[in-house]
Design a protein around this ligand. Structure first.
Ligand code: SF4
Length: 117
């Protein structure tokens, strides 16, 4: 850990999150941002997507991978849409890395990141 607060505590763009060890955008054009602290273990994500599992240890969900391609896009979008956390806005976010836009659940309807930092 060096300076963990270089954004002044504000992270505003999806591309600011989780880029260490990331595969190339060409290879995996989408990524997941998971607000684990908002997950209450409802388990709906795991019902609709193979990428999501419930951790017995923590009682909350966990993605197998954070970087996905077209083949795995639809079920992760479904997971983001069915997640009831945050009063139904959801705590799973699917981001298009090429445009830096949130494609699901996108509660604002404009592609902005709906993460509560
Ligand atoms: S659906 Fe949402 S709240 Fe429920 S376990 Fe999955 S991530 Fe957590």
């Amino acid at each position: 850990m060096t300076d963990g607060d270089e954004n002044g505590g504000e992270i505003q763009r999806a591309s600011d999150v989780g880029s260490a060890d990331a595969p190339s955008i060409e290879e995996k054009p989408y990524k997941i941002i998971f607000e684990a602290n908002k997950c209450f273990g409802a388990g709906k994500c795991a019902e609709v997507s193979d990428n999501w599992e419930m951790s017995l240890a923590s009682g909350i969900a966990k993605p197998n991978t954070y970087f996905i391609d077209e083949a795995d896009l639809d079920h992760n979008v479904r997971a983001a849409e069915v997640c009831p956390a945050k009063k139904d806005e959801g705590c799973i976010h699917v981001i298009d890395r090429r445009t830096d836009e949130e494609i699901a659940p996108d509660p604002h309807g404009d592609g902005t990141l709906s993460v509560d930092w």
